[in-house]
Design a binder for this molecule. Structure first.
Ligand code: MG
Length: 202
């Protein structure tokens, strides 16, 4: 009877639980925000020489605060963990376990992250996916016994999306600084910036 009562409670999404789980699982799978931010720095330093690690970390946090990003992170990590535990059905188990070259669903899932800040993220994603710097090299090390078939793409995609976010923000900052006509893309963010802006160029 008690079980029946619980089952009748309508489902309601707990956004804090989703956000907390995302941080927890990234951490549990050995990925830090700093490592993702290092990828962002790697991607963006040549365009913005004054870019700081704090800015990179902030942009990674902003990307990770998006619900669709959290959904992708949790789904991908769940599949990696289940593959590690041998719990998937065959042949999916073998494909994910062996990071099968013709299995591209990990990349498709990552595209939902890349898309969050516009299509310029695709170039950045392709670039880090090819070079596999920093944390991506570690996640691709198949000798550890861990399976990161999804996580490597997810981490690269979060870094790529954070890079796109920086590019969009820097363009907006430049326009405001030079007093050029500026139409904000993100009205909420623009309102916050305007409230903070005291007219002094950086
Ligand atoms: Mg992969």
């Amino acid at each position: 009877m008690a079980d029946e009562k619980i089952a009748k409670i309508p489902y309601s999404l707990n956004s804090k639980a989703v956000a907390d789980a995302t941080k927890f699982w990234l951490n549990k799978r050995g990925v830090t925000l700093e490592e993702i931010a290092e990828l962002v720095m790697f991607l963006q330093q040549k365009y913005y020489p004054n870019l700081t690690m704090d800015e990179c970390i902030h942009n990674v946090e902003m990307v990770l605060s998006k619900r669709e990003v959290q959904n992708a992170v949790l789904t991908g990590i769940q599949l990696d963990v289940m593959a590690e535990e041998g719990k998937l059905f065959s042949p999916l188990q073998d494909m994910i376990e062996n990071d099968e070259g013709l299995y591209g669903v990990d990349e498709i899932l990552a595209f939902s992250i890349v898309n969050v800040y516009g299509s310029i993220g695709f170039t950045n994603y392709g670039y880090v996916d090819k070079l596999k710097p920093g944390v991506l090299k570690r996640l691709n090390d198949k000798s550890t016994g861990q399976i990161h078939t999804y996580l490597d793409d997810i981490v690269g995609a979060v870094a790529a999306a954070a890079s796109s976010r920086i590019a969009h923000r820097k363009q907006a900052e430049r326009e405001i600084e030079l007093d050029l006509p500026h139409t904000p893309e993100d009205r909420e963010e623009a309102a916050r910036k305007l409230a903070e802006y005291d007219g002094t160029p950086e």
